[in-house]
Write a protein that binds this ligand. Structure first.
Ligand SMILES: [Zn+2]
Ligand SMILES: [Zn+2]
Length: 180
């Protein structure tokens, strides 16, 4: 099997963690991981010391993302890309036919730093992907507001919006604000 990214380098068996093997590329450090095997490992492996609970580690180093769509090294089908989220632009590639995931070089380390290394299959769900899109849209909207109003007024508007959300007299306040 050749590396789906480099295409000329043969993949070799590698160990991502104790008890978790995959096949990796010596040249780009990417790795192919079978999800059946992964689930088995994730269920059995003891939790790491740095704990999975709580906020992601603060020292998340950016990892370059491959961008280009890949073909599965096993069956040559186009792999689907799934955004990781959590503020990084990286995406994992998945072949739904083979149930194999491709991680670009450094992305396993990234998943660990984001406390997601034990929850990889979650990334491949619609719920996860929808949430990332919604977060992104909200981010874009806030950015646009900042450009239109300036930093200070945009912050005030955002605070007002948050205060109004869930306020029992929300409509009354809105009517009052719109009063001529
Ligand atoms: Zn490679
Ligand atoms: Zn495949």
């Amino acid at each position: 099997m050749y590396c789906p990214r480099c295409q000329t380098t043969l993949l070799r068996a590698t160990r991502l963690e104790d008890g978790l093997v995959g096949e990796s590329c010596q040249s780009c450090q990417g790795a192919l991981v079978g999800l059946a095997h992964y689930r088995d490992w994730a269920e059995r492996a003891p939790l790491p010391q740095d704990a999975e609970a709580g906020a992601p580690a603060a020292d998340v180093q950016p990892v370059p993302d491959g961008q280009r769509a890949l073909r599965c090294p096993k069956c040559s089908r186009l792999m689907s890309r799934y955004r990781i989220g959590h503020g990084v632009s990286n995406a994992l590639d998945l072949c739904p036919a083979c149930d194999e995931a491709w991680l670009d070089g450094g992305e396993w380390r990234l998943l660990r730093a984001l406390q997601l290394s034990r929850h990889v299959p979650r990334i491949f769900t619609q719920v996860w992907q929808h949430r990332i899109r919604a977060e992104q849209q909200a981010q874009t909207a806030r950015e646009r507001l900042r450009q239109q109003l300036g930093e200070e007024d945009a912050a005030k508007t955002q605070a007002l919006r948050e205060w109004l959300q869930g306020h029992p007299k929300r409509n009354l306040i809105l009517q009052w604000l719109n009063r001529p």
